[in-house]
Design a binder for this molecule. Structure first.
Ligand code: GDP
Length: 421
């Protein structure tokens, strides 16, 4: 499995449109969930009078296990096709799904957008497509799901497809590359096998479409950047930071630096899937141990990089942002929470430098007094606590962020330049 190229896949879409069920179905049909686990959930579901809910059940259970975090097994859900080895970068159904989707989507190569045929494009469909676009997802596969609820009618499928195409056009997502598949995650139509229920459809199944995605460019040329997700203490080993290698390579013997905590040392061991490995590459989820680093020296939100080319820590940075939803207006001085890779830091929008025409990207106004929903702008941002972040032109994996306030994502953006501390 590991010989195939790797793809990080985001599964996005409005709540209840079937993301968890689809992921469960994909894992199940690719043989990635052992039959006995499915069987166990089937029994549990039936006992609770929820017969037929086994796939969503499997997903909930996997998410729970991951949250408990008892082991350093940080493996996300994984499955493979003939061409690729896929990791689902976030767990749908998770409480913080939207937020995670933002920090996760910046790292996903491609995405499956699930849109329920009986509901069509809904608010989170827009939000997620918009974010996927801003944060650099290459290609979308759209599963027009719950086809069983619309009696597998071609008109219903075409209607939803047209709605999604309009949405993609609005956010200037290249819709020519998007693949649409009519599915029922629940019944298993067109997921791994062409369905008899949709004789009018002669396109790919979801798995065929996944298998046909373009190969992601592996950013091994960039310096090592490994955002820390958690820090554990493991008996017999010591302090074990865990996270995913975003760029570059991590090898035992490397001298590394954690920023902004500003500590470092030599990498003693690297572990992946419970096994010691000599090196880890982009996309690999690892736990590792660094000589002389204690549990309180580093924290979630730090980024690990080479000692000779350490992660950048920003005094201020300039970024391009798009305001998705804000009840009033955003002016200079506004200080919401920024989510960038694994970090969450309050940052002040120090100045609004330019308002951009969202259609052309051209400057529409210099130094505007405010921006509001639907606006794109160039702004200067000052983190209130040290934040490691990189220009997206140099290291795109570490160059995007989401802005949250009042319990929702109000804007997303990418870093244009960084003024270092
Ligand atoms: P999520 O919030 O997008 O992850 O949605 P879930 O996967 O939790 O599904 C929400 C509900 O829709 C659950 O009750 C599922 O059983 C149901 N569901 C998911 N996919 C399908 C489908 O293809 N057909 C039907 N009829 N129900 C589905």
């Amino acid at each position: 499995m590991a010989d195939k190229p790797h793809q990080n896949l985001a599964v996005i879409g409005h709540v209840d449109h079937g993301k968890s069920t689809m992921v469960g179905r994909l894992l199940f049909e690719t043989g990635s969930v052992p039959e006995h686990v499915i069987e166990q959930h089937r029994e549990e579901a039936e006992e609770k009078g929820k017969g037929g809910f086994e796939f969503a059940y499997v997903m909930d259970n996997l998410a729970e296990e991951r949250e408990r975090g008892v082991t350093i097994d940080i493996a996300h859900q994984e499955f493979d096709t003939d061409s690729y080895y896929f990791t689902i970068v976030d767990c749908p159904g998770h409480r913080d799904f939207v937020k995670n989707m933002i920090t996760g989507a910046s790292q996903a190569d491609n995405a499956v957008l699930v849109v329920a045929a009986d509901d069509g494009v809904a608010p989170q469909t827009r939000e997620h497509v918009f974010l996927a676009r801003t944060l650099g997802i290459d290609e979308l596969i759209i599963a027009v799901n719950k086809m069983d609820l619309v009696d597998y009618k071609e008109e219903s499928y075409e209607e939803v497809k047209e709605e999604v195409i309009q949405l993609l056009k609005q956010v200037r997502f290249p819709s020519d590359d998007a693949t649409f598949v009519p599915t029922s995650a629940f019944e298993g139509d067109n997921v791994s096998e062409a369905s008899d229920n949709t004789p009018w459809y002669d396109g790919q199944t979801l798995l065929e479409a996944l298998n046909d995605l373009p190969e992601p460019q592996i950013p091994t040329d960039a310096p090592l950047r490994l955002p820390i997700q958690d820090v554990y203490t493991i008996s017999g080993i010591g302090t074990v930071p865990v996270g995913r290698v975003e760029t570059g390579v991590l090898e035992t013997g490397n001298n590394v630096s954690f920023q902004p905590s500003d500590v470092g040392g030599e990498v003693k061991t690297v572990e992946m899937h419970h096994e010691e490995v000599p090196r880890a590459e982009p996309g690999d989820n690892v736990g590792f141990n660094v000589r002389g680093i204690g549990k309180d020296d580093i924290r979630r939100g730090d980024v690990c990089g080479p000692a000779e080319d350490p992660p950048t820590v920003a005094e201020t940075f300039q970024a391009q942002v798009v305001v998705m939803q804000h009840p009033s207006v955003i002016t200079a001085g506004y200080t919401p929470v920024f989510h960038a890779h694994t970090a969450q830091v309050a940052c002040t929008i120090e100045s609004i430098d330019q308002k951009l025409d969202p259609a052309s990207g051209e400057v529409a106004e210099e130094n505007p007094d405010f921006i509001q929903s639907g606006d794109a702008a160039v702004v200067t941002i000052r983190p209130q606590k040290p934040l490691s972040i990189e220009p997206s032109g140099e290291i795109p994996e570490l160059g995007s962020f989401a802005i949250r306030d009042m319990g929702q994502t109000i804007a997303a953006g990418k870093v244009l330049s960084v003024d270092e501390r």
